[in-house]
Design a binder for this molecule. Sequence first.
Ligand SMILES: Nc1ncnc2c1ncn2[C@@H]1O[C@H](COP(=O)(O)OP(=O)(O)OP(=O)(O)O)[C@@H](O)[C@H]1O
Ligand SMILES: [Mg+2]
Length: 409
Amino acid sequence: MGKNGNIIASLDIGTTKICAIIGERTGEGVDIIGFGTYPSRGLKKGMVVNIESTMDSIKHVIDDAEEMAGCEISSVYTGISGSHIKSFNCRGVIALKNREVKKEDVKRAIHASKEVTIPLDREILHVLPQEFIVDDQDGIKDPVGLSGSRLEARVHIVTGAVSSAQNIIKCANKTGLNVKDIVLQQLASSESVLNDDEKELGVVLVDLGGGTTDIVIYLGASIRYTAVLPLGGNHITSDIAVGLRTPLEDAEEIKKQHGCAVSSLIDKSETIEVPCIGGGKPRTVFRQLLGEVIEPRAEEILSLVHKEVIKSGYKDLLTSGVVLTGGTSLLEGISELTEQIFNLPVRVGYPRGVNGLSDVVHNPIYSTGVGLILYGMKHHSGNGVGNGNGKDIWKTLKDRMRRWCKEVV
Ligand SMILES: Nc1ncnc2c1ncn2[C@@H]1O[C@H](COP(=O)(O)OP(=O)(O)OP(=O)(O)O)[C@@H](O)[C@H]1O
Ligand SMILES: [Mg+2]
């Protein structure tokens, strides 16, 4: 009862699965105390397309997580993805009245950076400060107290379709849950997967999901670029179903059991059993054939990610290389293929930074869910937000969220 103030819950509404995680704040951080996962049927390419089926899955996972945790939850942090997400870098400049930067000035500069025209059907999801410039001095993280006559804020702005966010809120509300915040999925994943050094030295996090591939680039501890591609592991599965003439469910199992993204890594003599469409005796095929079906699609997805990274202009600055996460990062050979395409070091990122039943979420599939808990911890507590101004952004976002909710009801 009284401990509910220390409870944080997340709801990752993915294209292939929905998962709920309940965390309890402790002196040292956060303990995972509840968890539930269930297949997702109401989403396409990261977006809710069927409210009823999405609600069904949400009910399942919330019930399971609540039962495991032995407590009820009333609000969740949730993610957002889909090709409607558009992001860009922006700057805002203001004159300093008293020749010294006050908290108010930081707020005004960030506000000025938001004065870009955004179409009516889009909303700002995040305004992420990158750096401040006081007169000619750049690279400043916290300018409060510095002297100067001109303050410039550089920010990364993430926008999304209002309707997409509303559908997420609707699904949650109809299952009796409040939405505390909607967080860009890769931003959440980066909370649980990336470490501070990687963010400082330059890294691209690629969340290879079922329906989307989400990208975020960090350099100098700030977000520099974000993008969402409407492609993921589901495309590999349907290629297998078509290529090996097998039902989708079997294709999914075959991919997980025997799949490999680089066909030359597969032993030529290895064979696998492939069930036939409409029943009948399974066929025996060379595993390398499976690899030949998977490789071009995996290559296509990773090449599109590579193109985005080149487009961002940060390719040559990514000292920490590439971190893969999401379910498709479990595909054998995916790191090798990524290394070939990017010519950068690659690692697969598992969620960390939580205690308690952390074993149940120790899988790249749960990076977003765990990340949402950590994001909630950081913003909820009011500390760890950094320099005061983060709190104001938080407030604005919350106000915006309330407005959306009102529109939905
Ligand atoms: N061991 C494995 N090998 C290969 N692929 C896997 C494995 N385990 C899961 N996957 C794939 O990962 C994908 C699901 O990943 P994830 O749970 O991260 O996606 P999601 O969050 O539901 O979707 P999205 O984030 O795209 O909306 C599926 O396509 C699944 O086939
Ligand atoms: Mg996902």
